[in-house]
Design a protein around this ligand. Structure first.
Ligand code: HXC
Length: 268
């Protein structure tokens, strides 16, 4: 689908996207690139990164991939530094890396719980922490007038409760709390806008393929009248809105992009 945004809304900007090699992260990378940004993607799997970078290059997008695990502080620091060295600045950090699997609370080991907290929540904070130096107003490569921006991808499952997703719900709740607290502290001190996006179910993503989509699709409509699948494009357009100047007065918001699904109630 054609973008409603002008092609140059992110011209001259440099974006680092964690988990940018696949799923929602890759679509954000593509759309940011198509709208003028230079793209660094971070991921654990070299093969996935290489494929993603070639796909971006083939669309005329300036892109580079850096291997790293958001759970390791030295990787986070290294990738942020490499991005700055490669492109000379950093304007946008999008935290899209996440981990997920379906398991009952009874069968989930504390280490399984911790693993997802480490990837989603601690990983998001670690990336923000390491990127701060480059994103703050007056930081390397930027003027004293404006800071960069951060986008954290969460979910809606923690608004209520979700079967077999206790670890992800807890992790995404922490991501949303991190978004709001950084928006307060870094918005005030450094002119950095920090916002989140909470996607509903999005087709053709690793998340959906792990959550048994056929079963969800066929049964959900009965008790969730607003149930429909979004597209990765929907999330990327929201990301563009928040990251570009269109969103210049938006700070600390978590934009729900789920077609209204979380409001669903059975019809009486
Ligand atoms: C129960 C599991 C499990 C499973 C792992 N564990 N998979 N427990 N059921 N299916 C437990 C392990 O037993 C272990 O605990 C602990 O978790 C760590 O497992 P590892 O395999 O060592 O972890 P690792 O290799 O680091 O892999 C992390 C991962 C993996 C999260 C388990 O799936 C991953 O890397 N995924 C990244 C890609 C991904 O999932 N993307 C989808 C994101 S979608 P013990 O106690 O045995 O040591 C998304 C959408 C959310 O986030 C919102 C949806 C609406």
């Amino acid at each position: 689908m054609e973008s409603p945004f002008k092609a140059e809304v992110l011209k001259g900007k440099v974006a680092l996207i964690t988990g940018g090699g696949s799923g929602i992260g890759f679509e954000i990378s593509t759309q940011f690139g198509k709208h003028g940004a230079s793209i660094a993607i971070m991921g654990r799997r070299k093969q996935v990164l290489d494929l993603a970078v070639s796909a971006l290059h083939s669309q005329g997008i300036q892109a580079v991939g850096f291997e790293g695990d958001v759970r390791k502080q030295e990787d986070a620091k290294g990738v942020v530094e490499s991005t700055f060295k490669h492109f000379g600045r950093l304007d946008i950090l999008a935290n899209a890396a996440a981990g997920n699997f379906l398991v009952s609370a009874e069968d989930l080991s504390p280490n399984g719980f911790r693993t997802v907290m480490d990837i989603d929540s601690v990983g998001t904070f670690t990336m923000c922490h390491e990127a701060l130096k480059y994103l703050k107003k007056g930081g390397p490569g930027r003027s004293s007038s404006g800071g960069g921006t951060i986008l954290n991808i969460s979910a809606t499952l923690h608004y209520t409760a979700s079967w077999y997703q206790i670890h992800v719900s807890a992790a995404k709740a922490a991501v949303d709390a991190t978004t709001r607290n950084l928006a307060l502290e870094w918005g005030t001190d450094y002119d950095i806008r920090v916002n989140g996006i909470a996607p509903g179910p999005i087709s053709d993503t690793p998340g959906m393929s792990k959550l048994a989509p056929e079963e969800i699709n066929s049964r959900s409509k009965d008790y969730m009248p607003l149930y429909k699948l979004g597209e990765k494009w929907d999330i990327a357009m929201s990301a563009l809105y928040l990251a570009s100047d269109a969103g210049k007065f938006i700070n600390g918001t978590i934009l729900i992009v789920d077609g209204g699904l979380w409001l669903s109630r059975p019809r009486h």
